[in-house]
Design a protein around this ligand. Structure first.
Ligand SMILES: [Zn+2]
Length: 53
């Protein structure tokens, strides 16, 4: 499940160490249309948004 950082609203995996506090979200926001829209390197192991979700 993706987690949205409370600091800058960036999206991360639950086990990512790049955010201090965040809120789990059930699905990616509409503005996220591809894996390339997820900036943090914690998503790098995924090839597509379908795999990440
Ligand atoms: Zn991250």
């Amino acid at each position: 499940m993706p987690v949205m950082s409370s600091d800058d609203f960036s999206l991360h995996r639950e086990d990512c160490g790049e955010f201090d506090d965040g809120m789990p979200i059930s699905s990616f926001p509409d503005e996220v249309t591809s894996i390339d829209d997820l900036d943090c390197e914690c998503w790098n192991e995924f090839d597509s948004l379908a795999d990440a979700g």
